[in-house]
Structure formats: C-alpha cells, structure tokens
Design a protein around this ligand. Structure first.
Ligand SMILES: *Cc1c(COP(=O)(O)O)cnc(C)c1O
Length: 476
C-alpha cells in the first residue's frame, strides 16, 4: 500500500468509523453465534500473495463485524464498561501512525514528558496528594502486580530480586472475599503463593471488615508469617462496594504493611468532590490504580498507577544493560523501569486528548450523569413488583434479581434468574452479566458508556421488564 492508496483507504475507514459510532444500535449488542462460526470462515492458511485492501475491508465488514460484541452499543450494560470516545479514537489513530516505542525518554521525549504531565493532571483531578507519582500501565492486573512486587522488594531489602526466595519470607497478602481475581493471579506471579492470600470477610454491604483484617494479621504474626500488603478495593467488581479505606490504612501503618488501593473502576468517580467522602483517607495509601479505559472515556488500554515511594518502584524494576544507557538517565523518567514490559505504547496521548476535549467539568458531568442513571434505576426497581435489589448502589452499578411471587426457594430463584438473563441476552437488544452475592445469583446492570443516555437506560430497563412479563406469562 503506497501513500496515495493509504490516504484513500484511510478516508474510507474514517467514514466507516463515523457511521459505526452513529449507528451502533443497528447491530445486535452481542452476536448470536456459536464457537467456531468466525474461525470457520477464515482460510486455513495465510495468503501467499498480498491481497487488495478492498477485499480485506469487505471481509472485515462481513466476517468480523457480525462476530463482535459491541461494547459502545446503547444496550450494553454488562461487566464494567470499556469506554472510548471520539478524541481518544483520534489520538489512537495518531499513535498508530507514529508507531513509536516509548520505553525511554530518548526513544520519544515528548511521550515521556506528556505522560509525566498528564499523570500529574489526573492525580490532581482525582484529589490524590502531590506526593504521588503516576505511570500508565497496560492494565490494572499489571499495576497491582507492580505494587505487590515493589512491596515484596521493599520488605526484603531488595534481596528477593537478588537471590530469589530463601524460604524465610513467609509473606501474607490480604484482600476481601470480594477482591478482584487479578489479585489472586498477581499473588501467584509474585511468588507469594495463593495459599498466602488471605481473603477477609465482608460486612452486609460487601465491604471488608477491618476488625477481621486485624484479627487475621495478628494471628498470622503469631504463627510466624510476615504481613506484606493489603489490597483494599474502592468499588468491587461484583457490587462496587467500598472498603473502609481509612481504617485499613491505619492497620497497614500499625503492622508495617503496604496498602494498595484497587480503584480500577470506581476510582474515576473520585473526580467528583461529593464522592470523596466515601473514602476521605484514600490518599494515605502506598499505591493506587484506576482504569481510564473503564470509566474515563479512554480507549483500552490505559491503566493509571500512582505510587508514593517512586524510588522503591524503580529499584524493584530497574535494569541497565549497556545498550539501554543514555546520557539523561539521572534526570528523566525511563518508564521501562516502572513496570514489567520494556517496550511501551504511547498511551498518554489519548488521555491528553480526552482530558482537554471534555475538560474536568465535562468529565465530571458525564460521571455524575452515569451515577444519576444508576440511582434512577435503583428507584425504579424498588417500585417494581417481582424485582428486588441485591446490594447498595454507591455509583452506577445496580445489582438486582427477579423474584416473582410464588417462588421462594433460593435454588429455584437462581435458576429463574439465570434463564431470564439468557433470554435477555439472546435478544441482541440488551446485554447484561451476572455475579454471585452471598451465594445467590444476581444480575448486574451498569450504565457507564461514554455516550449512554438517560433514554438508553430507560429503554433498556423497559425492555428488561417486558421480557420479564413475557417470561412470567410463558411459565404460567
Ligand atoms: C476490572 C477490574 C480489575 C482488572 O482490570 P484490568 O485492567 O482488566 O486488569 C481489577 N480490579 C477491579 C476492581 C476491577 O473492576
């Protein structure tokens, strides 16, 4: 493809992009296909000779698009959102065009310096203290891994990096029973061992019980373990519960533990001052992660990791072979030393485009709207017979279940809700996912895509209610 062909094709692609963004409701939100349906349409072998772009683009439209789940669809209320937005998409186009690998200051000075500045902006927008330094990671899973490794190295005076485990480092990590599965994964990767991840009981609103946390720490110390880190959550994945961050922080100080706050999803809401009262002491933690790729209008991947003691982070990860040495090493950030990968994408650009396009007040407005949608739906459910709320709604995730009159057996209710969810999701109009709370099957509804409107939420909920009425009729 030469430059002239690129220009022509790119215009065609951009037209497609604008059409796609304008017409998403024309697609089923989730494709109604079976495993293998897409793969079977793809040739077994790579083409020996190059193919024409028009042919590739046609296949993209005819094979790939019908097999996509459309995350920005107005009927998408599943999982947590993966936001994008027009400015973010434009920045991604530019990033791809420059094709820079941003591992060192020297390999793209502007990328490094923009990342520094944008992370300072974000830190201030979220109300985190000035002592924090930010770096963009690929995912929250990686950010939490980085936190645990840094905690591990600081605790061992950087000896595990040097000699490996000797067997004396009987470390324990704590999170609640509602902590994200990435913590389990990270504890395994960090060599701490899954049996040393202690899951602390939660209270009736699914927040970690700090009294139980202290009991566990004291018991572990008596048994010869070394408390290493606590991962608290600001907005759990199942129900957006908020752990008692302040109390957990005090316990971490008392027992000399690293305190990492997983605010992957709900952390974005900290840009709203009223929300900060949910965790006024959040800025006392050692590290903090929030995903702008979830709920801050920025394309996947963009995970904002903040750390108080940046030198420990760098000491944990730094490598300096001769071929990577540069004259500026002492005065600039070389982000290859701030996480696992050497190579890095230019991720700060999209965040910069997003923050500048919306402005702080524009972003706050969107988050406020989304929270209002969640509160609206909660009220609707409270006034709808046969449907019940299953958890509080601090943000915009609504956990509910259908509970038609006459069915009171819990196992039967689980099955009923599972069937309802399948029926709703088969429609292609609305896509929802489930979780378990207190062992019960619960349906989750999250209204948090960049362009989700009050009308979308209302339409989605009306559709769900209609499906319920229809299902009830058929069952009787
Ligand atoms: C989504 C989520 C994660 C994982 O995020 P990735 O960026 O996909 O690794 C971790 N913790 C919580 C609370 C989450 O909601």
């Amino acid at each position: 493809m030469n430059n002239e062909e690129f220009r022509t094709n790119a215009h065609q692609v951009v037209d497609w992009m604008a059409d796609y963004l304008a017409n998403q409701e024309k697609y089923p939100v989730k494709p109604d296909i079976s495993p293998g349906d897409i793969r079977n349409q793809l040739p077994e072998h790579a083409p020996a000779e190059g193919e024409d772009f028009q042919k590739i683009f046609k296949d993209f439209n005819e094979i790939i698009i019908p097999g996509m789940t459309h995350w920005q669809h107005p009927g998408f209320f599943a999982y947590f959102p993966a936001n994008n937005s027009e400015p973010s998409i434009l920045a991604e186009m530019l990033t791809a065009t420059m094709g820079a690998q941003c591992m060192l200051w020297l390999t793209s000075p502007a990328a490094e310096e923009l990342e520094e500045r944008v992370m300072e902006w974000l830190r201030d927008i979220l109300g985190l203290p000035k002592e924090f330094t930010g770096v963009i990671q690929d995912s929250s899973s990686s950010a939490t891994l980085v936190a645990l490794l840094t905690a591990r190295e600081r605790k061992s005076a950087f000896e595990i990096n040097r000699r490996g485990f000797t067997g004396n480092e009987r470390y324990r990590v704590y999170t609640s029973t509602q902590g994200h599965s990435s913590i389990d994964k990270d504890v395994k990767i960090a060599g701490i061992g899954i049996e040393n991840l202690v899951k602390i009981e939660v209270d009736e609103v699914f927040a970690m019980r700090s009294d139980k946390l202290e009991e566990a720490i004291v018991r572990d110390i008596a048994d010869g373990f070394i408390p290493l880190a606590v991962v608290s959550t600001f907005g759990t994945t199942s129900s957006t519960a908020v752990d008692p961050i302040g109390e957990i922080g005090r316990l971490c100080q008392k027992y000399n533990c690293w305190h990492h706050v997983d605010a992957s999803y709900a952390g974005s809401a900290l840009m709203i001052p009223e929300i900060r009262v949910l965790a006024p002491e959040i800025g006392r933690c050692d590290s903090f992660v929030v995903n702008p790729h979830k709920w801050m209008f920025t394309n996947f991947d963009c995970s904002a990791y903040f750390i108080r003691d940046k030198q420990s982070l760098i000491n944990t990860f730094s490598i300096l072979p001769d071929y990577l040495k540069t004259a500026e090493d002492k005065i600039v950030n070389n982000y290859r030393d701030w996480g696992v990968p050497l190579g890095r994408r230019f991720r700060a650009l999209k965040l910069w485009f997003v923050i500048r396009t919306y402005g702080v007040s524009g972003m706050q407005q969107k988050i406020r709207d989304h929270i209002r949608f969640g509160q609206w739906l909660k009220e609707e459910i409270l006034h709808t017979p046969g449907v019940e709320m299953m958890a509080p709604v601090p943000f915009n995730l609504v956990c509910f279940r259908f509970h038609p009159e006459g069915i009171n057996d819990e196992t039967q209710l689980d099955r009923y809700n599972e069937e309802m969810l399948q029926k709703i999701n088969r429609s292609g109009k609305v896509f929802l996912t489930q979780t378990k709370l207190n062992g019960r099957y619960v349906i989750r509804f999250v209204a948090g895509q960049t362009h989700t409107s009050a009308e979308d939420v209302k339409k989605g909920w009306e559709f769900i209610k209609d499906q319920f009425l229809d299902f009830r009729k058929k069952k009787h």
